[in-house]
Design a protein around this ligand. Structure first.
Ligand SMILES: *[C@@H]1O[C@H](CO)[C@@H](O)[C@H](O)[C@H]1NC(C)=O
Ligand SMILES: *[C@@H]1O[C@H](CO)[C@@H](O)[C@H](O)[C@H]1NC(C)=O
Ligand SMILES: *[C@@H]1O[C@H](CO)[C@@H](O)[C@H](O)[C@H]1NC(C)=O
Length: 346
């Protein structure tokens, strides 16, 4: 109940020009504005810039619309423990600059003009809905989870920490999860510190991704590339044709049938490949801190590898040994594994 009186304490800031009106969610020193119903947003009528935080109460029911607001410096969030289950669409049609939006349950999120943000966290409440972040260029974190029909992040170029796209909330793989499977199209993404795609995902496209892992991670160990996909009739192919630098970890789990990293040159990466679909691997990687190849494998070609650190091989089934497999097995001395290559078969 600590927000009880906050919304009454809403105050207007300085007005700077005929059209611009700066508003605050609460008066100085107050807690965030707690909104329990859509009509409370009427206090922002005419505001073009808002500072302060808004918490959407668990009991909130309906859409959340702020028209005419171009700047929101602060945090719009649902209750962290008990997100509003009846929150419908969040419509911020004019917003360009955003601090943070953190919605633990939402149906549609239309923020078509937002160009930059600190953190964006959107968890789908139902079995369908749209994310429109079509103008977003840069953010610190972008986390989108759940059964979205469309996720528009067509301009997103830089995610300084975590870019996460999951077909289920929580980003796990759950055996009983049914479609829809989400499509993750990141046509403009060039740089991120961590990219995760997980759960019910049917396709991933990262044609311009060049660097994954370029600065100290905010959360220990969260740096690199993680692909953890729900198995389905159509397994996922992950191809990052321009990715030249990868630091952190490279993890591939579940229904992944293709991993192609044909431009890798630089980086410091620990690799774990443990796919359930027969996986086809092609990478120009040169060095790794460890290289664990487990799960189901169909083919592997690592033409440029020099030093893989500690190597563990436990893939299935037995495969004809090519140059790569032969060289990998040389790095596992004394193994009695029947898969072991003693000569290159052709
Ligand atoms: C925004 O609010 C959410 C929910 O209360 C919280 O988890 C998050 O840390 C906040 N973010 C910022 C940047 O204040
Ligand atoms: C990432 O890898 C590059 C190339 O090896 C290296 O120069 C850079 O320092 C690394 N960055 C981090 C944060 O590990
Ligand atoms: C071995 O490498 C070749 C390319 O050199 C590739 O075409 C083939 O599929 C690979 N075989 C296996 C079993 O990985």
């Amino acid at each position: 109940m600590r927000y009880l009186n906050s919304y009454l304490a809403f105050g207007l800031g300085v007005s700077f020009g005929a059209l611009a009106k700066e508003c605050t969610t609460t008066e100085t020193g107050e807690e965030a504005l707690l909104v329990t119903s859509p009509d409370q947003l009427d206090v922002f009528e005419g505001c073009t810039a808002i500072s302060g935080d808004i918490v959407i109460d668990s009991s909130y029911s309906g859409d959340f619309i702020l028209s005419g607001v171009t700047t929101f410096a602060g945090n719009i969030s649902t209750d962290a423990e008990d997100p509003a289950q009846d929150l419908g669409s969040v419509e911020l049609p004019d917003l360009v600059d955003l601090g943070t939006i953190n919605l633990g349950s939402v149906v549609n999120a239309h923020l078509p003009k937002v160009e930059q943000a600190v953190d964006i966290v959107l968890v789908q409440a139902s079995s369908s809905g749209e994310v429109d972040l079509g103008s977003l260029v840069e953010a610190n974190n972008v986390r989108v989870q759940g059964s979205w029909t469309t996720i528009n992040v067509a301009s997103l170029k830089t995610v300084n920490q975590v870019a996460q796209f999951c077909g289920v909330s929580g980003c796990g793989i759950y055996p009983d999860t049914n479609p829809p499977f989400i499509s993750v199209d990141l046509p403009a993404l060039e740089t991120t510190n961590h990219l995760e795609v997980a759960g019910t995902v049917e396709s991933v496209s990262v044609p311009n991704l060049e660097v994954v892992g370029f600065q100290e991670p905010e959360i220990a160990y969260v740096q690199g590339l993680r692909i953890n996909i729900q198995e389905s009739e159509k397994d996922l192919d992950f191809d990052a044709p321009k990715l030249h630098t990868l630091n952190g970890t490279l993890e591939v789990y579940g229904g992944v049938s293709g991993l192609s990293l044909g431009a890798l040159r630089e980086g410091n990466v620990g690799v774990t490949l443990n796919a359930r679909a027969p996986l086809n691997v092609y990478s120009t990687l040169r060095t790794t801190s460890h290289f664990y190849l487990w799960g189901t494998l169909e083919s592997i070609e690592l033409p440029n590898f020099v030093d893989l650190g500690s190597v563990s091989l436990a893939y299935e089934p037995r495969l004809p040994c090519n140059e790569t497999l032969y060289r990998l097995w040389q790095l596992v001395p004394g193994s009695s594994d029947p898969n072991k290559c003693t000569e290159i078969e052709v």
